[in-house]
Design a protein around this ligand. Structure first.
Ligand code: ATP
Length: 156
């Protein structure tokens, strides 16, 4: 059985991992948001864990597959999980997504995969407004708090 899906009665459990992706921009920070083709929601890069992968490995692979971006530097100690459920083919899916926080080089171009409709780089407050789901907004708040505490000086 894959590490991603577990049957539990009528509920399917699903695990994904992602990266709250940042770049430096003229003295400010910008967060990357992607617009998903399935539902049109705005969220962070993420995807399902493959067999034998750690959450961090999956998050790095998914970032690359979805955007062609590569991590320059992870923000140490940031690892947070969100949980939500949705219906797929009449069955309840209980989903967990483990998120990391990382900077990418500012000069790398996003090259979007077909599973997304659009992308945007936004500062914190605008990114918060653009995110579709409250749990993603609260996650962004935690990222911002972590960055403020850490005094990150990365200039990539
Ligand atoms: P992955 O990106 O992990 O491969 P996916 O593309 O299969 O996942 P999700 O982005 O998890 O799918 O979306 C599946 C359903 O869950 C959609 O109906 C979507 O609107 C909803 N959804 C997505 N993100 C959230 C969230 N943060 N909170 C609540 N519901 C969400």
């Amino acid at each position: 059985m894959s590490s991603t899906y577990h049957e539990d009665g009528d509920t399917v459990k699903e695990v994904s991992a992602g990266i709250i992706t940042l770049k430096k921009a003229s003295g400010d920070r910008r967060y990357l948001l992607l617009r998903h083709e399935n539902g049109g929601h705005w969220s962070f890069p993420k995807g399902h864990l493959e067999e034998g992968e750690t959450a961090k490995e999956a998050a790095v692979r998914e970032l690359y597959e979805e955007t062609r971006l590569e991590v320059f530097e992870f923000v140490n100690g940031f690892r947070r999980e969100i949980n939500y459920s949705y219906k797929r083919e009449g069955r309840k899916v209980a989903k967990s997504v483990i998120y990391f926080l990382a900077f990418v080089p500012r000069d790398l171009e996003v090259n979007l995969s077909p599973e997304h409709l659009d992308f945007i780089w936004l500062p914190y407050r605008e990114a918060r407004k653009r995110l579709t789901y409250g749990n993603d907004q609260r996650l962004l708040d935690r990222a911002e708090v972590k960055l403020k505490k850490g005094c990150y000086s990365y200039e990539g």
